[in-house]
Design a protein around this ligand. Structure first.
Ligand code: ZN
Length: 210
């Protein structure tokens, strides 16, 4: 039991109790479960303590002393007594689509920026496709965070002459709400402007007031 408490402190993951720790070849397997007594229904947001079934899922976490760490998470499937739906509990520290903790996904992404995916996979004892998926998601999220078009709702279009008297114009796109320039395009004709906005996706075109 003392060992379990030690690993809870070492992992430092919220509301997580460690039941047992074992070694599987070079991997440290930590069996654990949530300390929370109830689940919140994702549909009606009501709390429930009624458990339908329990199962385990493996989640990759940061290595400890060079050993891979796998959290053998006990997951409760609850029944909502208000809307009668069943749902599995979520863990805030788990990245659902990659089957890793958020901190492991972040670490994998940082490693992938420095070396080939195959090397990262070998280093961490993970599959190539899992590492590639994590890297792709990380890159997409970074691009999305850097995308100046992302939060635009009201877009202004202006034009400036790059060289006076030469008919050399550029198109200036302005986020009218933030009052800042978000892009400059080396053309101003209608067809290419439409193609430029269409390339941003249907969601962008639908939300913008140009
Ligand atoms: Zn419900």
């Amino acid at each position: 039991m003392e060992d379990c408490k030690f690993y809870e402190l070492l992992l430092d993951l919220p509301f997580l109790s460690v039941s047992s720790v074992s070694f599987d070849s070079d991997k440290l397997v930590v069996t654990c479960h949530s300390q929370l007594g109830e689940g919140i229904c994702p549909c009606c947001k009501k709390k429930t303590t009624k458990v339908n079934q329990r199962y385990h899922r493996s989640v990759s976490d940061l290595p400890i002393s060079g050993r891979s760490v796998v959290l053998n998470l006990e997951v409760r499937q609850f029944i909502c007594l208000d809307c009668n739906r069943t749902f599995s509990e979520r863990f805030d520290f788990v990245s659902e689509s990659t089957n890793t903790t958020h901190r492991q996904a972040k670490w994998v992404f940082m490693l992938c920026e420095k070396q080939p995916i195959s090397q990262v996979a070998a280093l961490l004892g993970m599959g190539y496709s899992q590492v590639a998926h994590i890297y792709q998601l990380g890159a997409e999220s970074l691009i999305s965070a850097c995308d100046p078009y992302k939060s635009v709702r009201n877009l202004g279009i202006d034009e400036i002459a790059l060289r006076k008297g030469h008919g050399d114009y550029a198109c200036v796109l302005v986020d009218l709400d933030r009052g800042c320039v978000i892009d400059m395009l080396p053309f101003r004709d209608k067809e290419r402007l439409i193609a430029h906005f269409q390339a941003k996706g249907e969601a962008f075109c639908n939300k913008s007031n140009i």
